[in-house]
Design a protein around this ligand. Structure first.
Ligand SMILES: NC(=O)c1ccc[n+]([C@@H]2O[C@H](COP(=O)([O-])OP(=O)(O)OC[C@H]3O[C@@H](n4cnc5c(N)ncnc54)[C@H](O)[C@@H]3O)[C@@H](O)[C@H]2O)c1
Length: 368
């Protein structure tokens, strides 16, 4: 007689990996890389010219290494390119003991993570983030994704944690100014949600303006620690804890989309954090002092709290249009929009459902 219910109880091994943050760590990479049958490096040509040799040279004599270049920019994070990479991995005859190395910003990291998650049902990959945003955000936490045509960003992907993350703050020397700001916005975001009674906020508020070298190391360390602490409580965004990392992102995505991506992600998040603080204040979830402190920190780091003048002519920024975009966001459930809002004090956020369109229009008008 067949049983009606068969239970399969698989105890998944604990996911455990190290994140090393050290000036010059790229020069010592061989000490850190795990053994592998082959290495497959995914990067951009211009980053390879700057840093690729440091990775390739120590490996070349020992093992098979192949480099695959991805064009620069968000458009390259495509389904078609992932197929091309997978074919390149197959031609290279990688087996399941081969390791993929991502050298680049979030585009490279997301793409390398995605192909690693599906190549022969999953191979290990290593993140070597080179943009500030990738260092403090996308390289940690195991979200991988590609974009599929016009369906929106990051809709195809998998949770696939890296085996190792190596962060060398010295590579930030070559990072363009705008990318620097995109990363700073995410760093400030952590200070508004990390449940430390405002300690990181005070640190950032009193710190001298960071330069691209070592002064930034502490900023990166605290940010990565914050992300790691949150991810380990809710790896696959089931309990709402990981969703807190979306502070500023609900408003931000709408502004990014309305500007046809002329407003960069980090700058949109910065404006989005300001709007989240305004909504929170309107709903009496925070007082005026907390709202002003949030806005003051964004201003201190020269991040926008309104749509920059240069972008105003490039998109459609009417409140009505923006409300429509909200309703199509991934975070909308049963017509309710989930906002991450600061609540109570400075370093605490909660997910709050809200859909009063008139109030939203009023809040949005503050950033025009
Ligand atoms: N997986 C996640 O958890 C997660 C989180 C946040 C963002 N993301 C994704 O990350 C992507 C954005 O990442 P990003 O901001 O790093 O963009 P990006 O990867 O496009 O890098 C930004 C630009 O900086 C250049 N660059 C990177 N490092 C450099 C360096 N050291 N010197 C000179 N130039 C350098 C890149 O070539 C690129 O032109 C988006 O696709 C987003 O969806 C993923």
């Amino acid at each position: 007689m067949p049983l009606e219910e068969i239970k399969l109880n698989i105890k998944r091994p604990e996911i455990n990996y190290s994140i090393f943050i050290e000036d010059g760590i790229l020069g010592k990479i061989k000490n850190y890389l795990p053994n592998a049958s082959k290495y497959f490096l995914l990067t951009h040509k211009h980053l390879y010219d700057l840093y690729g040799e440091k990775i390739i040279t120590p490996l070349q004599n020992v093992l098979g290494v192949k480099t695959h270049f991805l064009p620069d920019g968000e458009k390259a994070k495509s389904w078609d390119n992932s197929r091309e990479i997978l074919e390149s991995m197959l031609h290279f005859q990688m087996d399941r003991k081969a390791v993929v190395i991502a050298l680049g910003g979030g585009v490279i990291g997301d793409m390398a993570g995605f192909v690693s998650s599906i190549y022969q049902r999953g191979v290990d990959f290593i993140q070597i983030p080179t943009s500030l945003l990738a260092m403090v955000d996308s390289s940690v936490g195991g979200k991988t994704a590609v974009n599929l045509g016009g369906y929106g960003k990051n809709l195809i992907g998998a949770f696939h944690q890296p085996k190792l993350v190596l962060i060398d703050p010295l590579v930030l020397d070559s990072l363009p100014e705008l990318e620097w700001k995109n990363g700073l916005a995410e760093i400030l975001k952590y200070s508004f949600l990390r449940e430390d009674n405002g300690e990181f906020y005070e640190y950032l508020d009193n710190a001298p303006q960071p330069s691209k070298g070592g002064a930034l190391k502490e900023f990166i360390q605290v940010s990565v620690q914050t992300k790691a602490d949150i991810v380990k409580q809710d790896e696959t965004e089931k309990t709402g804890k990981r969703a807190l990392l979306n502070l500023g992102h609900t408003f931000g995505h709408v502004l990014e989309t309305a500007s046809e991506y002329q407003i960069s992600h980090g700058l949109a998040v910065s404006i989005g954090i300001r709007l989240a603080a305004e909504l929170s204040f309107k709903l009496k979830l925070i007082n005026l002092e907390v709202k002003n402190k949030i806005i003051d920190l964004l201003k201190k780091y020269d991040l926008p709290i309104k749509i920059p003048t240069i972008n105003k002519t490039q998109g459609d920024f009417q409140s009505e249009k923006l409300i429509d975009l909200f309703m199509h966001d991934k975070k909308v459930e049963n017509n309710k929009i989930n906002f991450v809002l600061p609540v109570g004090h400075l370093s605490h956020c909660e997910v709050v459902e809200f859909n009063d369109k008139e109030v939203l229009k009023e809040i949005l008008s503050l950033c025009f």
